[in-house]
Design a protein. Structure first.
Lengths: 497, 209
């Protein structure tokens, strides 16, 4: 244990490193701010699409006169802008910065990375437009037509090359666990994306195998792209803000490899009871159950790191968002494993229960961690403070209450929906009518979350325009600075000595 | 440096293993499945699954895709004793991989905001019902949350439109609009309805146990 502590303490550099860190942060400035800024634009657009889709589900006459605004187009447009626009772009920003920091390298290939960001934006814009124009593929999570999804591959090849380049040239020999996760993400996602795109748009997979390819991919977008970025961030920022090492290095490595081994196999639980061979569904169920191992490992590790420091959630916005996300990761993963059980799936499948679960993963876990990361990183890149701690509070509470309400409303309603659907005595139209109040609760929750996103967008806009105070100390929630300051000083790191 | 190669190889191996297990091996298993011949009671022979015709049925499946029908409708009947699909009359038997060998991709769906459509061609044979339902679901199914697809029709008030051979005209019920109203489906609507009529998993396949 003591040996690990020495090892991990490298994460907490002494003051002589301040200049190095400032130089690394400066090298990331243009690239990471561009990717972050773009992601926030997609977040706002995706929220608008989400609200339109949500309202349509209880008020079908809303905006119903144009084909491009029909529910079946707005919904996938929402999903794709959020996944490829918001989540992937914010994730890339954090990934690049974390890699630079942890490798102790100035960010290389900066011009290419800005160009890649522009290119990525154009692809997501063109893909979203194509979905709204009726050229979506109706393959969930892969709705962009092939002539748009194939060109995205070029970025992925660059991303793999960049990560390997940075890891090979790193100045810090120790590989921190976040780097494992980020390295995993940069290999898994490109592989998944390209393989799935080829399988689905060619004749390489036949009939129902296209369905299993679909869910192999879609489940892994969360599991092997957003999850490793989210966990890599949590593994970095929680110890960083607290100024203490992660509880156990070995647990984190076990968590990583078990995630790598088991998450891959979980996707077919989306087809339980469907027209697939029984063994294929069983494999998905086993994979899902085995996920308990990495999830509990990570939960124990994060919790033991936090123990005794929960009062710090009062002051640090980064910590508050990230701990909310890390806790949601535990909840969503346990729920996911249980949902894969045949009996639970019999009721939860085909209902809003699944929609609630998906949002618990992508939103309560990943998105909240992405917010927390951006609160930490952006001031260090721009050299300015967040303009208002009150707006940060609005952002946090709107999103936290919104997603909680969203999850409870739809899980509850969805479970009832499944129970009624499995009872042939309840006419189908009655189920549709009984669901309306729960769908309203989603629109209200979604409105709250959107308000939060606008507050965040204002903050980011002001940050990019450098309207905040010069960065001397981070924006904290409370004036209780004595307890908060030691961990977040000028360039954010701990002067723990 | 060797360490990075090793970790990278491990990472790649995990995902390649699952690609084989979940996609390529099953795909290989389905490849041997082909449509089968069935003899009807009157002696005629049909092949199931049937290829969609390229006149309206196949374009209709593209309309189904373009309108995003899969986001609310599944096309798969669950097995007996698992859910209540068969009791609800959504099919006479569970769906099996052979039902989908000609579908590229199959619209299995994951959501049932609306009912399953695997057998809608058997369950609802009235074209009039389909057209009025698509025009505005409230006419046939009050309380439905399905969006109206009025943009797939031309609407004529007060004066009945001249009929064109091959294109149906429907009069809406007076309870819907006090002014006499006729609707004429456009080509996309006719394609979609033609496609829906092909959705029938009614042949018994021996792999259904």
């Amino acid at each position: 244990m003591s040996e690990n502590r020495v090892d991990e303490n490298r994460l907490i550099p002494d003051k002589s490193d301040t200049a190095t860190r400032a130089r690394i942060d400066h090298s990331c400035q243009g690239v990471v701010v561009f990717w972050y800024g773009s992601s926030v634009l997609w977040l706002v657009l995706g929220s608008a699409l989400a609200l339109i889709a949500s309202i349509k589900l209880h008020t079908p006459g809303f905006l119903a006169d144009a084909a491009w605004l029909t529910f079946g187009r707005v919904r996938p447009a929402h999903l794709n802008t959020m996944i490829y626009g918001w989540a992937s772009m914010s994730g890339m920003g954090t990934l690049l910065w974390l890699m630079a920091r942890l490798c102790k390298l100035e960010l290389p290939w900066r011009r290419i990375l800005v160009f890649a960001g522009l290119y990525w934006n154009m692809i997501v814009a063109a893909g979203t437009w194509q979905i709204l124009a009726g050229n979506g593929t109706s393959i969930e999570w892969l709705e962009f037509p092939w002539m748009i999804s194939i060109p995205l591959g070029a970025i992925f090849v660059m991303l793999i090359a960049l990560t390997i380049h940075m890891l090979r040239n790193r100045k810090e020999k120790h590989l921190y666990v976040s780097q494992w996760y980020l390295f995993g993400a940069t290999i898994w996602f490109p592989f998944l994306y390209l393989a799935a795109t080829i399988l689905i748009h060619s004749s390489a997979a036949v009939g129902v195998a296209k369905g299993t390819a679909n869910w192999w991919f879609a489940h892994n977008v969360l599991g092997l792209w957003l999850t490793p970025i989210g966990l890599g961030s949590a593994y970095y920022f929680i110890p960083k803000v607290l100024g203490r090492p992660i509880h156990s290095y070995y647990l984190s490595i076990i968590g990583f490899w078990t995630l790598a081994l088991f998450y891959n196999w979980a996707g077919t639980h989306h087809l339980i009871g469907g027209p697939i061979p029984a063994w294929l569904a069983t494999v998905g169920i086993v994979g899902s159950m085995m996920m308990f191992v990495p999830v509990l490992t990570v939960a124990v590790n994060h919790h033991m790191t936090m123990v005794g420091n929960f009062h710090r959630l009062r002051s640090s916005p980064t910590l508050r968002f990230i701990v909310f996300g890390a806790m949601s990761y535990t909840i969503v993963s346990i729920q996911g494993s249980l949902t894969a059980l045949r009996h639970v799936n019999e009721t939860g499948h085909f209902t809003h229960y699944t929609i609630a679960h998906a949002h618990l993963g992508v939103y309560a876990f990943y998105t909240m961690i992405a917010f927390g990361s951006m609160y930490y990183v952006m001031p260090r890149l721009v050299g300015r403070e967040w303009i208002s701690s009150r707006l940060i509070k609005v952002h946090f509470w709107c999103c936290a209450i919104g997603i909680t309400m969203y999850w409870i409303g739809l899980s509850w309603g969805g479970w009832l929906q499944g129970t009624w659907m499995n009872n042939p005595d309840v006419p189908f139209i009655d189920i549709v009518k009984r669901m309306v109040p729960y769908l309203w609760s989603r629109s209200i929750a979604g409105t709250l979350m959107t308000i939060g996103h606008f507050a965040f967008a204002i903050l980011v806009w002001k940050m990019i325009r450098r309207e905040g105070e010069w960065l001397v100390e981070p924006t904290l929630f409370s004036s209780d600075k004595e307890s908060a300051l030691p961990s977040e000083t000028v360039h954010g790191e701990v002067a723990k000595s | 440096m060797n360490r990075i190669t090793l970790i990278g190889a491990g990472i790649l191996f995990t995902v390649i293993a699952s690609l084989f297990g979940l996609v390529l091996i099953p795909s290989n298993q389905f490849e041997s499945m082909q449509p089968k011949e069935f003899t009807n009671p009157d002696g005629s022979v049909v092949v199931y699954p049937t290829q969609l015709d390229s006149w309206r049925e196949e374009p209709g499946s593209f309309v189904y895709r373009a309108m995003g029908c899969i986001y609310c409708h599944s096309q798969q009947v669950r097995p007996e004793g698992y859910g209540a699909d068969i009791e609800r009359g959504w099919g006479q038997r569970r769906s099996v991989p052979r039902d989908y060998v000609l579908q590229n991709p199959p619209y299995l769906g994951t959501m049932r905001t609306g009912p399953d459509l695997a057998n809608i061609g058997v369950r609802q044979t009235s074209e009039q019902w389909h057209y009025t339902h698509l025009y505005d679901p409230q006419i046939t199914s009050p309380g439905s949350v399905m969006p109206p697809f009025g943009f797939l029709f031309s609407t004529h008030k007060d004066v009945e439109p001249k009929s064109i051979p091959g294109i149906p005209v429907f009069k809406l019920p007076e309870s819907y609009d006090y002014r006499p109203t006729w609707i004429v489906p456009n080509e996309q609507a006719m394609q979609l309805v033609a496609y829906l009529a092909t959705l029938r998993q009614e042949h018994s396949l021996e792999e259904v146990k």
